[in-house]
Design a protein. Structure first.
Length: 75
């Protein structure tokens, strides 16, 4: 799960980062954070699946998580 690894590397360098996953990848993300010594690191979890959404539907989903993303990046 490259996005988790990237987030960890950014965070180690003092650069705020966030992982955005779908529910299907929750366990994998939690495992990777735990394995890298960052157990409990927050992530943004979207419903699954999203690959079949139309652009306007994806926009609606995305907009529901913008505030959470901003909070995580400035925390």
């Amino acid at each position: 799960m490259c996005s988790v690894h990237d987030t960890i590397e950014f965070e180690k360098r003092g650069i705020p980062a966030a992982v955005i996953i779908t529910q299907a990848f929750r366990n994998a993300a939690e495992f990777q954070f735990r394995a890298k010594g960052m157990d409990g690191h927050p992530y943004i979890e979207l419903p699954h699946p999203i690959s079949n959404l139309k652009p306007e539907e994806m926009r609606e989903v995305t907009l529901r998580y913008v505030d959470q993303l901003v909070r995580q990046l400035i925390a």
